[in-house]
Unconditional design. Structure first.
Lengths: 567, 497
């Protein structure tokens, strides 16, 4: 029984996490790393196919099943789990360590779930374990954000279960496979996955909760939940065309929000959402090339997004703030962190020789090949937007920009540096030598990434995006040159750039707010009507006069009799 | 002895009531009520087990007069399932009533209170066991008249209990009158009042206008009694202003018994294939049920008085039961029985817990429970679990009944209704969340009344909570019993697939 349990990937981490709180600090770190290493080694050996089933009261459950795309996800989840252990080495908080390990284990186990009921179990487990990471935050908003987070996550699980029950009812069976999204069961599952993948309109929990977690908690959170949802979407809904447009909205909208966000970790949460959009587009296209692109992108983005969260988390750890407006000139005191952050930034904007470049090319290529011009344009725009919010906000302002007030800091703790160093090495490694990653991809297709046209195009894109900002800042500098330089640049990044961004972003944001506002107004109106109707003397509940009550009663009676004779 | 259990089930509380009234001294009265309801609960469990073991219908002939001349008491799978609900909730509510009644009702009225309390339980048990349509009316009036009196007893601390009880009296009487008029028409047509006999003779007159009119009278009267939207106006004020113990008892049982009687008459007497039943009554029940589910839930979302909030939620839950009935299939009926059973447990837990708060603070509003999660964690957790069960969260009993309800709808290809049921259940999250947020995420305001809890206060509610969780985790026997009850009315070969 026990060895059967332990043969399920991830269970080892979940069970092993129980020991974490009782171990002293140093052995704990070694123990967790060893556990992840063993689990990673065992998991990596699992071949494609069904490996373990169980029978639960007539329900055939598939406990372990590997698909072609399971291996890359399992690998990157193990990598992320290990990096998280390094990153949290300075942190004496045992709850976060145990919850983080169990969370990673649940996410890994979910990858290997072969039926929706088993998946549901792990799906909820990721929710329940990860909420502890949010709860470890310290701000006054933490508790509320954690509860809202849990609500959305558990809600997603309930939808998943509802979908599963309907599938079982239909006789389709519980096996995780390609599913028609336009059936009630399919819609339930799509929304369940969509919530965790932060689709537009249901993305609020991500930006709400992730920045509220502790420094280490946010890094752990950024890796698993959303990628697991992407994985499930790719398994069940590959080729479902509406996903292309959902993905495009997902890729573009967060750019505007990121542009005006001051809390850098929240800004990164928007950027994460934008990256997920690229993956959803790939799933929507659903060709082999596109799915390869999604998997590769998920792999690389887990690492570089994690790296960015780590770098800005380190800044928060050392300075006590992650507000763009309060940081500056940190490269002097935190040079290594600055370098690692720059590597992460170069990766996310897909600069050649960095990991984003070799992975995003798949999706871009697939979109171009299938002829979705506007979607392609949206992706290009989202990339340009990323240059703005990542480079200016995550790299320039905290590390190289002028400090509004002197910020005292020292270099990040050793564990953090190791984690960031490893992640940065991976980003560069994948970027320079992508073949091992390509070999892992589900459809093994060789993709020639170094086509001159693509390299040139991407370089041009980045160059002109950069040039645009430089020109703007020159002009911005020029117009207020009489003021002190600190104030100038201060003004530049807090006023001029947002102003320019807002000129483009304003109408889009406004339109979005109109849509959201319309929804909100509709719901509020319905609530207000029902409130009026159910007040002390309202229409439905508060009828105090017996006369009118009896009147309604008689009217119903008359209606029933007449209907009978009419029909 | 064993063969007399069906009559003892009803007779015991009925006869104990005058004793409770005559013996002055509140502990004596409570003791009588406690022992009587406890025994009644044991009897109904025994009847349930015996019926499940035998698998047949047990018929008890009063005074050895055979039907259709005499009155018979019938214990079949359906009544055997509903009896433990009423007597069980009655027993646990009595357990809690000692504290609640002491806090809320003038000590001089206690013996009368418990007399009415026992009468209303006897009336409900009688409605379920009897196999005679007129006998149902008699028991309906016994339970209703004593219920009016019980609601009015809330006037000691809340004067609004009087108009609420008066409205309840008038409307309840209108409902009962409609029922008895319909019955009169049936008697005129067939010359019999025995339910089984009626079912046999009705097909001879099924195409007449009179029989449909009779059906309309009976259905509408019972709709009112079961508080089906839009005939629910009596329910919210009655529940809100009644003494807390009465609210807990009635919310879990009174409307359920009417649901049971409706099923018994519509399916057991007219039969599912009766002309005009599926299209007229079925359609009416389905539409009103789903409308009630939405109206009740939305009203609960905006309500701030907790008793009213959960009374509104009861209207929504009765809507779900109505949807199960309206599906006109074995699965639908089973879902209705399941929800009837489960809802009694969750509402019992909720109203007992809220009653304990109301008994201390005078009223239970969102303000009263603000920040109370730390002061009375055990009571508030009971409310939380009850709320989760209302939404239908997995591992609670509410989930089981919702699953079967949706299943029944999907069997008939009512996709839209299934979706609406799902949405309205999800909306229930809003009012449960409101309570969670007030109780745990907000600080206790300065000057708020001190709340406390002792074991005797929260144990009754927690018994219900454990039952809710228990039947949510291990539902098989209950589901089997519910399907057996449904097959009494719709044989498994028909309508079930």
């Amino acid at each position: 029984m026990l060895d059967m349990l332990l043969s399920i990937p991830g269970i080892m981490l979940i069970v092993g996490a129980l020991l974490v709180p009782v171990l002293p600090h140093a052995p704990r770190q070694a123990y967790m790393l060893a556990l992840i290493a063993v689990s990673g080694y065992l998991t990596f050996g699992i071949e494609t196919g069904v490996h373990s089933t169980a029978n639960l009261g007539g329900l055939e459950l598939i406990l372990v099943r590997a698909e072609a795309m399971t291996k890359p996800f399992a690998l990157v989840f193990h990598l992320a789990a290990a990096l998280n252990v390094f990153y949290a080495m300075h942190d004496p908080n045992k709850t976060t360590a145990a919850a983080g390990l169990a969370y990673a284990g649940a996410a890994i186990a979910a990858l290997f779930a072969g039926d929706f009921l088993t998946l549901f179990l792990y799906w909820e487990l990721t929710a329940v374990t990860s909420v502890f990471l949010v709860l470890a935050g310290h701000s006054s908003r933490t508790l509320g954000a954690a509860m809202r987070y849990l609500l959305m996550q558990v809600g997603s699980g309930v939808l998943l279960l509802a979908g599963a029950v309907m599938l079982w009812r239909d006789g389709t069976g519980l096996t995780i496979q390609a599913i028609d999204a336009l059936t009630p069961a399919g819609l339930c599952l799509l929304i369940a996955f969509g919530i965790k993948a932060a689709f537009p309109l249901v993305n609020g929990w991500l930006q709400d909760a992730y920045p509220e977690a502790s420094v280490t908690g946010t890094v752990m959170l950024s890796a698993f939940t959303t990628k697991l949802a992407i994985y499930m979407l790719a398994l069940c809904f590959a080729g479902f065309t509406p996903l292309i447009y959902i993905g495009a909205v997902m890729a573009v909208l967060p750019v505007f929000f990121a542009a005006i966000e001051n809390d850098l970790r929240r800004m990164l949460a928007y950027s994460l959402n934008n990256q997920l959009g690229f993956m959803v587009i790939g799933i929507g296209i659903g060709t082999q090339l596109a799915i390869n692109g999604t998997v590769a992108h998920a792999f690389a983005s887990t690492i570089y997004q994690g790296l960015l969260f780590m770098a800005l988390g380190a800044v928060l750890h050392r300075t006590g703030t992650a507000k763009a407006s309060e940081l500056g000139a940190l490269w002097k005191s935190m040079p290594l962190t600055a370098i690692f952050c720059t590597v992460g930034a170069l990766s996310i904007i897909s600069f050649p020789l960095f990991s984003g470049f070799v992975t995003k090319s798949f999706t871009l290529g697939a979109v171009a090949k299938e002829g979705y011009f506007f979607v392609w344009l949206a992706m290009v725009f989202a990339t340009v937007g990323a240059v703005q919010h990542i480079f200016v906000k995550a790299v320039y302002l905290p590390f190289f920009g002028p400090a509004a007030k002197p910020v005292k800091a020292q270099e990040a703790p050793l564990g953090m540096l190791i984690a960031m160093g490893l992640a940065a090495t991976l980003c560069l490694g994948i970027g320079v030598y992508p073949e091992p990653l390509y070999a892992l991809l589900p459809y093994g297709a060789r993709y020639e990434v170094w086509k001159t046209g693509y390299v040139l195009g991407e370089l041009q894109l980045l160059f002109f995006a950069g040039l645009g900002f430089v020109v703007l800042s020159m002009r911005g500098l020029y117009s207020v040159a009489v003021d002190t330089s600190v104030l100038n640049t201060d003004w530049l990044f807090r006023r001029a750039l947002p102003r320019v961004t807002m000129a483009i972003a304003g109408p889009v944001l406004r339109l979005w707010l109109v849509v959201l506002g319309g929804l909100k107004r509709g719901v509020l109106q319905a609530l207000r009507l029902s409130e009026q109707a159910s007040r002390e003397s309202g229409l439905v509940s508060g009828i105090s006069s017996i006369g009118s009550a009896a009147g309604i009663f008689l009217a119903m009676f008359a209606l029933m009799l007449t209907l009978r004779h009419v029909m | 002895m064993m063969q007399h259990l069906p009559i003892l089930q009803v007779l015991l509380p009925l006869l104990a009531a005058p004793f409770a009234a005559m013996l002055r001294g509140r502990d004596v009265a409570w003791g009588i009520a406690f022992i009587t309801t406890g025994t009644a609960f044991l009897i109904s469990i025994a009847l349930f087990l015996e019926q499940r073991a035998l698998g047949t219908t047990m018929v008890y002939e009063l005074g050895n007069w055979a039907a259709p001349i005499g009155i018979v008491y019938v214990i079949d799978a359906a009544s055997a399932l509903v009896l433990p609900v009423i007597s069980g909730v009655g027993f646990i509510a009595t357990l809690a009533a000692r504290q609640l009644v002491a806090a809320e009702i003038d000590p001089r009225d206690h013996s009368l209170f418990y007399a009415a309390w026992l009468l209303t339980i006897a009336g409900m048990l009688g409605q379920v066991t009897t196999g005679d349509a007129f006998n149902i009316f008699v028991f309906l009036e016994i339970s209703s008249l004593s219920a009016y009196a019980l609601v009015a007893m809330g006037s000691g601390r809340d004067r609004r209990a009087l108009p609420a009880a008066f409205n309840y009296l008038i409307l309840g009487t209108v409902g009962a009158t409609f029922y008895v008029i319909g019955l009169g028409l049936l008697y005129m047509l067939t010359g019999t009042l025995n339910l089984a006999d009626l079912a046999e003779r009705l097909p001879q007159v099924e195409e007449t206008r009179a029989v449909f009119t009779a059906m309309a009278f009976i259905a509408l009267g019972l709709f009112l009694k079961m508080a089906l939207f839009p005939l629910h106006f009596w329910l919210v004020p009655a529940y809100a202003h009644a003494p807390s113990a009465v609210t807990a008892l009635m919310a879990s049982t009174a409307t359920k018994v009417s649901v049971y009687v409706l099923i018994r008459l519509i399916f057991g007497v007219f039969g599912v294939e009766f002309p005009g039943l599926a299209d007229a009554v079925g359609l009416a029940i389905l539409t009103l049920g789903i409308a009630g589910a939405f109206v009740g839930t939305l009203a609960a979302i905006v309500e701030t008085d907790l008793k009213k909030l959960f009374a509104q939620s009861s209207i929504a839950q009765l809507g779900y039961m109505a949807i199960g009935i309206g599906a006109m299939s074995a699965t639908g009926l089973a879902a209705a029985f399941l929800h009837l059973f489960n809802h009694a447990l969750m509402k019992g837990a909720l109203f007992l817990a809220i009653g304990m708060i109301a008994a201390q603070a005078g009223r239970a509003t969102m303000g009263t429970i603000q920040g109370a999660g730390k002061q009375i964690p055990i009571t508030m957790t009971a409310i939380l679990f009850g709320g989760l069960a209302l939404i239908g969260v997995p591992l609670t009993a509410g989930f089981i009944s919702k699953v079967y309800l949706v299943r029944a709808l999907l069997e008939q290809n009512f996709w839209l209704l299934a979706g609406l049921t799902f949405i309205s259940s999800a909306l229930a999250l809003a009012y449960v969340w409101k309570i969670i947020e007030a109780a745990w995420l907000q600080p206790r305001p300065a000057g708020a009344p001190e709340l406390s809890e002792t074991a005797s206060q929260y144990v009754p509610a927690w018994i219900m909570v454990f039952a809710t969780l228990g039947f949510g985790i291990y539902a098989t026997p209950l589901v089997e019993a519910a399907f057996a009850a449904a097959h009494v009315f719709i044989p498994s070969t028909m309508g079930a697939n």
